[in-house]
Design a protein around this ligand. Structure first.
Ligand code: IDC
Length: 458
């Protein structure tokens, strides 16, 4: 359908028939819409819509379109305020996407229901200007070719507010986090890592090494060896490894300052020559001020730099790495008092069923001032359980894609909780590839992560 419209517009132009299309022909230069049904099931579907503004910059927009079958209904949507009147659906831009420069795009989406047929919508308009005639379905070739993420991007570094690759171009790394390696080591083996790299096309593995809860503090040498083993497994498959010093309880990272110095001195020295290692020095500080976290970071970062000078370091933030939002604060405390070190990023975590618009607004605002990395997020509630929130997860991932913010999903494991990507018992077997081993959350994440990266190569 999209190709047909593009062809139609091209023919009209060639034949000089543009005038016959009346206002629509003028409008074709005003906006472009890519509409994709991402999944469909009995009576329902999910669709993503990419709106590109080809006209003058706008500071607010309404996308309108017709649902051709009377049984088609918008059930819920994200990244816009959605409504439906008769057969006309409307999406109005929200805080973080209402301003669209010429050439800029916003990603929105909806879950719909249908009773009869489910034909694709028609008559897209943006602020009343028709978007027909300039829809192009062809996606650009993947310049990354067959190279692995680490082959293509090499040693990454922070440039401005982005993570950049060896060509100094912004990249978004998308991948999965382990569960606590003290509990789920059986899930991280050659078969599961092959599936993650080859089927999921994951760019990264976050290695969650708890410090308490039977973790590092019980066997520093043993856990250091295990982390290094996982770094090697990721490296062998061309994935980045995010070494997560998973502090959680107690929430003040300074409680573990000496352990952090010992651990990072060791892993940084051992992995200094590798290109695939990123260090995350404190998972989720909580019940502690930003100045205390900053003080911790400024003591641990020099230890890492002394051994591995060029690696990116990610610093956890106040309120369970919420940029302070969960403590009633926000990113301004970091912007006005940043960690005194170069080549660093700040962690942001969310759980989609618990953290919604107000957190998304903060991230969209903070992303223009701070280099952010979503080192952990869940599709469910902050407990790691409860129902998956598809709409909120999709809104989050669309936003992160738009801002080129990297992420790791909690968890690539078969834990008996809805945040886990693998069905309970999966890690007792050797099949990590068939669709039957995935949970609802795993299915969604695999769909998102396995799309082409299109990493820039020059
Ligand atoms: C949860 C695990 C759960 C475990 C619990 C205790 O999912 O199985 O019993 O930790 O440690 C976080 C933390 C992460 C939590 C996760 C879900 O970083 O350790 O994992 N979560 O509660 N922050 C927000 C949510």
């Amino acid at each position: 359908m999209k190709r047909f419209l593009a062809l139609l517009a091209a023919c009209a132009t060639i034949l000089g028939l543009t005038a016959l299309f009346g206002p629509q022909a003028v409008a074709a230069t005003g906006c472009k819409v890519d509409y994709t049904v991402t999944s469909q099931w009995q009576g329902g579907f999910q669709a993503g819509i990419k709106i590109t503004n080809l006209g003058e910059p706008v500071s607010g927009w309404t996308l309108s379109f017709a649902l051709p079958d009377t049984g088609q209904k918008v059930v819920q949507g994200w990244n816009a305020t959605w409504s439906q009147s008769g057969s006309t659906a409307k999406a109005v831009g929200v805080d973080w996407n209402r301003t669209l420069a010429t050439g800029a795009a916003a990603d929105v989406g909806l879950v719909g229901s249908f009773t009869g047929a489910n034909p694709k919508p028609t008559a897209f308009t943006l602020n009343g200007v028709s978007c027909t005639g300039s829809v192009d379905e062809t996606s650009p070739p993947d310049p990354g070719g067959n190279g692995t993420p680490v082959d293509v991007n090499g040693q990454v570094h922070v440039c401005g507010v982005h993570l950049c690759n060896q060509y100094d171009r912004p990249v978004q790394l998308r991948g999965m986090s382990t569960h606590g390696i003290q509990w789920f080591s059986q899930c991280y083996n050659n078969a599961s890592m092959d599936a993650l790299a080859n089927d999921w096309k994951s760019d990264l593995l976050r290695v969650a090494m708890y410090v308490q809860e039977d973790g590092y503090e019980t066997d520093p040498a043993g856990f250091t060896t295990r982390v290094n083993g996982l770094v090697d497994m990721a490296e062998a498959r061309g994935m980045y490894a995010l070494i997560d010093f998973h502090t959680l309880t107690p929430g003040d990272p300074n409680y573990n300052l000496d352990r952090a110095k010992t651990f990072f001195a060791s892993v940084a020295a051992r992995n200094a020559d590798k290109k695939n290692v990123i260090y995350e020095i404190a998972n989720e500080p909580n019940g502690v001020s930003w100045s205390a976290i900053k003080n911790y970071a400024e003591q641990v970062i020099p230890v890492i730099r002394a051994a591995d000078p060029d690696a990116v370091v990610i610093v956890g933030t106040r309120g369970w790495s919420s940029l302070g939002v969960s403590d009633g604060s926000n990113e301004s405390e970091i912007v006005s008092n940043p960690v005194n070190a170069a080549n660093i990023m700040y962690a942001f975590h969310f759980y989609a069923a618990s953290h919604k618009d107000s957190y998304r607004s903060t991230v969209s605002r903070a992303a223009s001032q701070l280099p952010l990395f979503v080192t952990e997020f869940g599709t469910v509630s902050a407990t790691g359980g409860g129902a998956m929130d598809r709409a909120s997860t999709t809104a989050w991932l669309d936003l992160l894609d738009q801002l080129k913010i990297g992420y790791a999903n909690w968890t690539y494991s078969d834990a008996p909780e809805s945040s886990a990507a693998l069905q309970p018992g999966t890690c007792d077997g050797s099949d990590y590839s068939s669709s039957g081993v995935l949970t609802e959350s795993g299915t969604l994440l695999k769909n998102r992560i396995s799309t082409p990266d299109n990493f820039p190569t020059s």
